[in-house]
Write a new protein. Structure first.
Length: 503
């Protein structure tokens, strides 16, 4: 065979092989660049962190299965050493958990927290004037208290008042036993001879886990850097409520009416003294990657009963089209009625209420008990106690949502779709309020590099809390590296191609 012809075939084969391998590897890494968390999701709220509800959770309490735990996080990206004015809830805001227990997209029950500031002295710049050993310690110069009110059927009832907030974790010198302060902030209420509900507010480790560096031009082309939990070491302000199921169910009957919808909101008081909703969150990721920029602020101020105006964004989502355009992964055919069941109505036979009005809520079937062996992939892995049936702290909503968006409910093989962070950087607690302790302000390295990264050699050296792998999938990385090598080889072949014979 002519040398020139053999060269062309060799170069073409190497280039084709390299292209296939790179494409296969990129497909496995697509999720790392597809979705972000519920942080600073809309133009207006991004400048108002005290009012920015970053994540919402609802799950049957694993250690108290007669109850449900509701959790909401606010104030994204709290730097541990963020003094001298540390992190506090807004005093001109109402922080709400809203419950729809009959499927009509209207709040039947609202649990509402309002906060007050307290200073022991304003003649110092210090948050604390000495070591703090309890929430009542006079060395805690600045602290907050709150009132919790239940609103139902037009009537309000105060459930707890003058309750102290767990402070920001200033550092080990200031708070030598922060875990004690964290636990002291738990307030139980209700009949002493029956189930006692509990409320808690304070600083916690951010319970969301994801790699947000995707916004740096897709890692600047260096895909070896994916899989770092961008939220590792950052704190949030958290509100948690543990309440009996009968307090949430329609007519107080959780056996007959076990399905509820839940979302959280923030209302801000205006100069006229009236409150206006400026943040709203139920299902994670909706306002980030489903709602376009032009409607993000409107979504935050809207009510679930008006979500029909956003239906087109769910049935014709932008994200799968972007993945197809960038990575060549075919998007499922539209309209996406499968997404309607996940994001707007609940899944039939799982958590869809009777005569449901389509609306964006976090829906929970309270009759499904907690599992002893939870899976981070929730319902997709056969664990019906997890997302999208409610949302637990350890549920990997990035991976789950990507698989669903790419057609998991349509029978498509979505096993390649995963991001590279599959567990939180800190372990969650096993009892209320379940959230992890925040990082100390005296920690010299609060944001560990490579938190959750899987070594390229395969597997996870530390392992996930439930045995699931965490980090960069080895096969896609290997495919990319081999593919790039093949493409490079083809390029070298081109450079060194033999000269054609002259007549």
């Amino acid at each position: 065979m002519h040398k020139s012809r053999r060269w062309r075939r060799s170069a073409t084969a190497m280039a084709a092989t390299g292209g296939v391998l790179v494409a296969a590897g990129m497909a496995g890494l697509v999720p790392s660049g597809a979705i972000a968390s519920s942080h600073r999701e809309a133009p207006l709220i991004s400048g108002l962190p005290q009012y920015d509800n970053t994540d919402t959770y609802a799950f049957v309490s694993p250690d108290k299965p007669r109850s449900v735990t509701l959790v909401g996080n606010w104030i994204p990206f709290e730097e541990p050493a963020g003094g001298p004015n540390f992190y506090s809830f807004a005093t001109d805001a109402r922080y709400n958990f809203k419950i729809d227990n009959d499927g009509d997209a209207k709040a039947d029950i609202t649990y509402r927290w309002t906060f007050r500031n307290h200073y022991r002295s304003k003649n110092t710049f210090l948050y604390n004037t000495g070591p703090v050993t309890s929430l009542n310690d006079k060395n805690l110069n600045y602290y907050q208290t709150y009132k919790l009110v239940r609103v139902a059927n037009g009537h309000s009832k105060v459930l707890a008042d003058h309750i102290k907030v767990a402070p920001s974790y200033v550092g080990k010198a200031s708070m030598p036993n922060y875990a004690k302060l964290h636990n002291q902030a738990i307030k139980r209420f209700g009949p002493k001879d029956g189930f006692r509900a509990a409320t808690w507010a304070g600083q916690a480790d951010d319970s969301f886990f994801a790699d947000l560096r995707v916004f740096d031009l897709l890692y600047g082309g260096d895909l070896s850097e994916v899989g770092d939990d961008s939220l590792a070491g950052f704190g949030v302000n958290t509100i948690a409520l543990q309440i009996g199921k009968w307090n949430l169910a329609k007519n107080g009957n959780s056996k007959k009416n076990p399905i509820i919808g839940m979302w959280s909101t923030t209302d801000r008081r205006g100069v006229n003294g009236k409150y206006h909703q400026i943040s709203r969150l139920g299902m994670p990721l909706v306002n980030e990657v489903v709602i376009p920029t032009k409607d993000k602020d409107r979504f935050n101020a809207s009510r679930p009963r008006n979500d029909g105006q956003f239906l087109n964004y769910v049935t014709k989502p932008e994200l799968p089209q972007l993945i197809e355009a960038i990575y060549g992964v075919n998007a499922p055919a539209q309209p996406r009625n499968d997404l309607v069941s996940v994001f707007l109505t609940g899944v039939k036979g799982l958590n869809q209420p009777k005569n449901v009005t389509p609306s964006e809520q976090l829906r929970l079937n309270m009759s499904i008990p907690p599992t002893k062996d939870p899976s981070r992939l929730g319902v997709l892995a056969g664990d019906n106690a997890g997302y999208p049936n409610g949302r637990r702290l350890a549920d990997d909503v990035i991976d789950i949502s990507l698989k669903v968006v790419e057609g998991a409910l349509l029978g498509k093989d979505t096993s390649a779709f995963q991001d590279a962070v599959s567990r939180n950087d800190k372990a969650f607690k096993k009892s209320f309020p379940y959230v992890a302790l925040p990082v100390s302000g005296s920690d010299r390295s609060p944001h560990p590099n490579g938190a959750g990264i899987t070594p390229f050699t395969g597997g996870d050296s530390t392992g996930g809390s439930n045995g699931n792998p965490s980090g960069v999938p080895v096969l896609p990385i290997s495919a990319i590296l081999l593919g790039l090598a093949a493409l490079a080889g083809a390029g070298v072949t081109v450079i060194r191609r033999p000269k054609a014979h002259t007549a």
